[in-house]
Design a protein around this ligand. Structure first.
Ligand SMILES: [Mg+2]
Length: 226
């Protein structure tokens, strides 16, 4: 029986790659004079590589990319501040996000978000996706002082949803931080795989794999019937 569904945010509820591309298009247009000899397509593609799906801090990415294209190094701070202030305006959810969350709530499930990131930045994205009224608990690593895959963070999330880890389904895109982390505390898991392969050097995927958020609905029904 599942009482709660916990979601990662970036690349799980938030279509981060497409959101970031939309932001970069806007930022490029406003800051083009400082970025060096580069076209938007090159800048955006290189940014995504350096960003490594959000794993590299933008305080590292901006100086690096300015250096590569001969931009003004002293402009890195302004670009970073602009990213922090405006990125969330371009937040786009994955298909059907809101309908899926509403349906899960209608079935009486508690809903949570567990995300690694900066409190203010991630909170702005939660707000931009209009998740405030749909989610019971939002745990952000900076605010919690814990990062996935730390077991304590998953346990805290279950507690915030007033249930046991074994009665939680965790949905996320990161095999190690999300799926193996949640599995280690006894949660059911659904890997939102996108185009990624499960890493060959990690333990096998212990749970379901999904390609669309709407598949969560059948997983919960299936698991609830067990
Ligand atoms: Mg993620």
């Amino acid at each position: 029986m599942i009482d709660a569904v916990l979601f990662d945010l970036d690349e799980t509820l938030l279509d981060r790659t497409n959101s970031l591309k939309a932001f970069l298009r806007d930022q490029f247009a406003r800051h083009a004079d400082h970025l060096g000899q580069v076209r938007l397509e090159e800048w955006s593609a290189r940014f995504l590589v350096l960003d490594r799906r959000g794993h590299v801090r933008k305080s590292v990415v901006y100086p690096a990319i300015l250096g590569e294209f001969g931009g003004r190094a002293e402009h890195a701070g302004a670009l970073l501040a602009d990213y922090r202030a405006r990125c969330a305006r371009f937040a786009q959810p994955f298909d059907g996000m809101k309908a899926v969350l509403k349906e899960l709530r209608a079935r009486g499930l508690a809903l949570g978000i567990v995300t690694n990131g900066e409190t203010e930045f991630q909170s702005r994205h939660v707000e931009a996706l209009e998740l405030d009224g749909l989610i019971d608990a939002v745990l952000i690593s900076e605010r919690e002082g814990l990062r996935k895959p730390d077991a304590a963070l998953f346990l805290r999330a279950a507690m915030a949803c007033r249930t046991e880890p074994s009665r939680c389904l965790f949905v996320g895109d990161n095999p190690v931080a999300d799926i193996l982390g949640a599995h280690a505390v006894g949660m059911r898991t659904a890997w939102f795989r996108g185009a990624a392969e499960w890493p060959s050097d990690a333990a096998p995927n212990p749970g379901a794999s999904i390609d669309r958020l709407s598949e969560v609905l059948s997983l919960v029904r299936f698991q609830a019937a067990q």
